[in-house]
Each structure stands twice: as C-alpha cells, then as structure tokens.
Design a protein. Structure first.
Length: 99
C-alpha cells in the first residue's frame, strides 16, 4: 500500500503539535512520514506467528536474600574510619564544583 500524505496534512499535524515548519522542513517531514508509515506496514506484515512468545530467555530464579535484622555499626566507629569528617558529618568533594 502506498501512503498519500500531503504537505497540508503535515502542516496540520505540525500546527497541532505547535511546531513552526518552513517549506523545506514541510517537504522533508512529509517524505519522512511516508517512509515511516511504509516501514511500519512492512513490520506489520512480518510473519511471527510460529515463534513462541518469550518474556525472559532464561528461567527466572529468585536471587533475593532473606531480610535479617542486624545491629548497625556505632557512629563513632564509622566516623573514625572516614577519610574526612567535619562537624560530625562526612566531608566529601563537591559533585558540581566548589560551593
């Protein structure tokens, strides 16, 4: 099937999308839209019925560990192991430059 899409159709779609297109862009988008619709039609006609539907190629296995309640490390031990501490907080380099 050959699609017949006019420049006016593309201009109307551009207006609905609040796009401003010049004459050259309208010509280009009209040709691209026709090509896209023809490609979509080719994909629609692809034969995929004999293929089994698969979601995952491998059997799923639950890899989550059970929740275990543990006591947290003491704050003093964590602060002692930190490279740089300031006012009882971790001091790290700025992510976006000096602040």
């Amino acid at each position: 099937m050959s699609y017949s899409i006019s420049r006016e159709d593309v201009a109307k779609m551009a207006k609905l999308a609040e796009l401003r297109l010049d004459d050259q862009e309208l010509e280009s988008f009209t040709a691209q839209l026709v090509q896209t619709l023809e490609f979509a039609e080719d994909l629609d006609q692809a034969i995929v019925d004999p293929l089994p539907i698969t979601i995952l190629p491998l059997e799923g296995v639950n890899v989550m560990r059970p929740d275990v309640v543990v006591q947290p490390l003491p704050r003093e031990a964590l602060m002692a192991a930190a490279a740089n501490v300031e006012e009882n907080q971790f001091r790290v380099p700025p992510a976006l430059g000096e602040s």
